[in-house]
Design a protein around this ligand. Structure first.
Ligand code: NA7
Length: 548
């Protein structure tokens, strides 16, 4: 026995009565070939399990396969979002930009799959339509949309939080005769925007990335905005050869910082509250933040930015001033300044040339709060102001966040209990990872777990799962299930703490973007260190109460 590359105890596999691979199946069925699923597959094979990964798409990448719209890009630094489990991989792959674009990310995912020889364990174009737990064999029957079925002792659903695109229920939407696309379901063939009359509906992170990217080639660009967002510059740039060398030589330190970080970023927290600084010092600090990359504006802001309304208003006032300085038409500038939420009330987007786009003569902003959409016709979009005709409509209208992908899979646990019934009033989970009544089933990267830079916390969860399965095999256990009391404790914690922290109150993090969805917090308000602490306690106590 020794320790593995994650610092955990290695347990020798033991031939044991309790552990048998189902005759017509595998040890582990993984669902979803995104960042989490690919890592989970790598771990499973490294640990000597038989595994198959089922993926609905025709390629690997998950979120980074489906969201292939122009200028889709990380807004976490490439080297902090990418895998850090292998120093060799980290040093081999040289990211072009500090914030990589979708094509580069997709190339990276394919190269990882090939480097670790994972492709032969992946079935593409295989969408899971149902999974049913069988008590007697303690295994899952997983049905795929091609009619096939396979059995897995464990199901690990790495189906992501932003993977079910949301189309608003607008009358006539399907009758539009032009090209209609959703940012989260972007076709493999590039959409031809040249000389076209284009509408974009939605100004969340996806819409505001796409808008500046296509403005110059289209004949006209009409943006339908329901809510303005607090956008700040991404400040992306190529990684210089010197920075490449520093990244490689500093890998161990970078990995250590990421593993200790509350939200999985390198951006360090600020040591001051807003009004500790004088007005001049504050403006200088805000200016510095404005010029820093990505989430620094969030993670390195004053300590009270999210929790003190006056502090939040100061930062918002600074951004509003910037918007008024960039956008030449004062009426348009006012409409681009959020009036219904402060910074962090929704997930803040990071942009490149977004506000500048509104100075172009071919770009028009339609304020849907003043003039709502009444219907889509065969030729365009009608609001209370009248009809505008288009060749292309882009729906940048977001996702059924957190629970969407798990609920549409038709999961039945112990005694035939459906996950959709178990979660009728919002998700009930333990660590955003497992739930009671659904033995041998995990969902890393799912609801209630997320705490910042997604791959960092979902990677922690994948490590935990793999360690648990190795332990089970070595000690002859068949079933892993969270006790009901722990599920309740974690779920209560999420729901109680959600109200106290200042993030996401007006957003999809509470399910607010989907009509009829329960208003429940869908991420982890306790942050990553709590997640890690609880997981290591469970390991220290030999999974007491979880195994049978
Ligand atoms: P978001 O951030 O959920 O944004 C969706 C946008 O679509 C947002 O501006 C919404 O306005 C708008 N929307 C939603 N429904 C409607 C209707 N019915 N009419 C008009 N406009 C609507 O999704 P994104 O894809 O941009 O970003 C998702 C994540 O990807 C992001 O957080 C990052 O993690 C990357 P609203 O604000 O609801 O008024």
């Amino acid at each position: 026995m020794g320790t593995d590359n994650r610092g955990h105890m290695e347990v020798e596999p033991a031939a044991n009565e309790g552990w048998t691979t189902p005759r017509s199946g595998v040890d582990i069925v993984i669902v979803g070939a995104g960042i989490t699923g690919i890592y989970q597959l790598y771990l499973a094979l490294e640990s000597g399990f038989s595994a198959v990964l089922l993926e609905a798409g025709d390629g690997v990448g998950g979120t980074w396969y489906w969201n292939r719209y122009p200028e889709a890009r990380f807004d976490s630094e490439s080297y902090t979002y990418a895998y850090i489990f292998s120093k060799e991989l980290f040093c081999e792959w040289e990211w072009q930009d500090h914030f990589a674009s979708q094509p580069e990310i997709e190339r990276y995912m394919n190269s990882v799959v090939d480097k670790f020889d994972l492709r032969r364990h992946i079935r593409l174009a295989a969408k899971v339509t149902s999974a049913v737990y069988d008590e007697e064999s303690a295994s899952w029957a997983v049905r795929v949309n091609d009619g096939s079925e396979l059995t897995g002792r464990f199901v690990i659903s790495a189906t992501g939080v932003l993977s079910v695109p949301y189309f608003p229920d607008v009358p006539g939407r399907e009758g539009f005769k032009g090209v209609s696309v959703h940012t989260g379901l972007w076709p493999n063939e590039p959409v031809d925007f040249a000389g076209k009359r284009v509408a974009v509906i939605g100004t969340g992170s996806s819409g505001v990335q796409l808008i500046p990217a296509i403005a110059d080639e289209v004949a006209s660009l009409t943006i339908y905005q329901r809510s303005a967002n607090w956008c700040t510059p991404l400040n992306n740039r190529p990684i210089t050869p010197e920075e490449q060398a520093q990244l490689k030589s500093g890998f161990d330190e970078l990995r250590g910082t990421l593993l200790r970080s509350r939200s999985g970023f390198l951006h360090l927290p600020c040591d001051r509250a807003t009004f500790d600084d004088s007005k001049e010092e504050r403006l200088a600090f805000y200016e510095e933040l404005w010029n820093r990359p990505g989430f620094a504006k969030f993670s390195s802001n004053y300590t009270d930015m999210l929790t003190n309304a006056a502090a939040n208003a100061e930062w918002c006032g600074f951004i509003a001033h910037k918007i008024r300085g960039i956008v030449k038409d004062p009426d348009v500038a006012e409409r681009l300044i959020p009036k219904d939420h402060g910074y962090g009330g929704k997930r803040p987007p990071y942009v490149t040339g977004y506000y500048e786009t509104y100075n172009k003569p071919n770009v028009t902003l339609v304020d849907l709060k003043a003039t709502p959409i009444t219907r889509v016709t065969e030729v365009g979009i009608e609001t209370t102001e009248g009809l505008r005709e288009f060749d292309v409509i882009v729906w940048a209208t977001g996702f059924d966040f957190g629970t969407g992908a798990l609920l549409r899979m038709d999961l039945s646990g112990r005694d035939g209990r459906k996950l959709r019934d178990h979660w009728a009033d919002g998700p009930r989970t333990f660590l955003g990872l497992m739930c009671h009544g659904f033995p041998n089933f995990f969902f890393p990267g799912g609801p209630h777990g997320s705490a910042g830079n997604n791959p960092r916390y979902s990677g922690d969860q994948s490590d935990f799962i793999d360690d648990a399965l190795v332990y089970m095999r070595a000690h002859g256990y068949r079933i892993v299930e969270v006790p009901a009391a722990l599920e309740k404790e974690w779920t209560d914690m999420v729901n109680t703490e959600a109200e106290k922290q200042g993030f996401g109150h007006q957003s999809y993090f509470f399910g607010l973007n989907i009509p009829g969805k329960p208003r429940r917090f869908l991420i982890n308000p306790a942050g990553r260190p709590t997640l890690l602490q609880i997981m290591s306690k469970i390991v220290e106590r030999d999974y007491e109460g979880f195994l049978a």
